[in-house]
Unconditional design. Structure first.
Length: 204
């Protein structure tokens, strides 16, 4: 797991360094997004390098607050930004660094997000514009490639992803089927890095 995290971080750093001045303003260059299909978040948090992020997307578990608090503490001790998905109130309660907004939250962002790092889930130019208009610090644009998380979703592909990223007013990170190989295809202006789920699983 540590080797996978290091490999992904190196690829994400390259994207960020090649993305130019706007990309450099992103609060992180690599993120692990929690998902039932992915590795355990405590394990991933324990190997993420400094300057990366963990986005907690556990929406239904009765132990959600306790898990968020444990992850927030672990991430803070390792120099990893911890963001809570869709719940700025919980983010503030557990001392998280930020909140990750779903695309359906962009028109009415929570007031409690003020003072937190804010990232946004985006899928097209309109949502990227909305994210910029509410002052989000970065956007995850997806799906860059075909992904098991959303098997029916049409992938943007490298060319369309880069076209949308260069036109966006905020730093853009790729999400959806991205690993160290696919990341190299996405390099371009304002591409600040990427987020991943399954790519963190050890290769067999």
């Amino acid at each position: 797991m540590q080797a996978r995290a290091a490999t992904l971080a190196a690829a994400a750093r390259r994207l960020n360094s090649e993305g130019g001045e706007k990309a450099a303003r992103a609060p992180f260059f690599l993120a692990f997004l929690t998902d039932p299909r992915g590795p355990g978040p405590l394990l991933v948090a324990s190997v993420l390098p400094r300057g990366t992020a963990l986005v907690f997307r556990d929406y239904d578990s009765p132990e959600r607050a306790a898990r968020a608090r444990a992850l927030s503490t672990l991430c803070a001790g390792r120099g990893v930004l911890f963001l809570v998905g869709a719940d700025a109130g919980l983010a503030a309660d557990v001392g998280a660094a930020g909140v990750h907004l779903r695309s359906d939250q962009l028109r009415t962002p929570p007031a409690t997000a003020r003072g937190l790092v804010v990232t946004a889930a985006c899928h097209d130019a309109g949502e990227l514009a909305l994210a910029a208009s509410i002052g989000a610090d970065a956007a995850f644009l997806s799906p860059a490639f075909a992904t098991q998380s959303h098997p029916g979703a049409k992938a943007l592909g490298a060319d369309e992803f880069k076209r949308l990223a260069i036109a966006a007013a905020l730093p853009v990170l790729a999400l959806g089927g991205v690993d160290e190989t696919g990341a190299a295809l996405l390099a371009g202006p304002n591409v600040a890095g990427f987020g991943a789920i399954g790519a963190f699983a050890p290769r067999r």
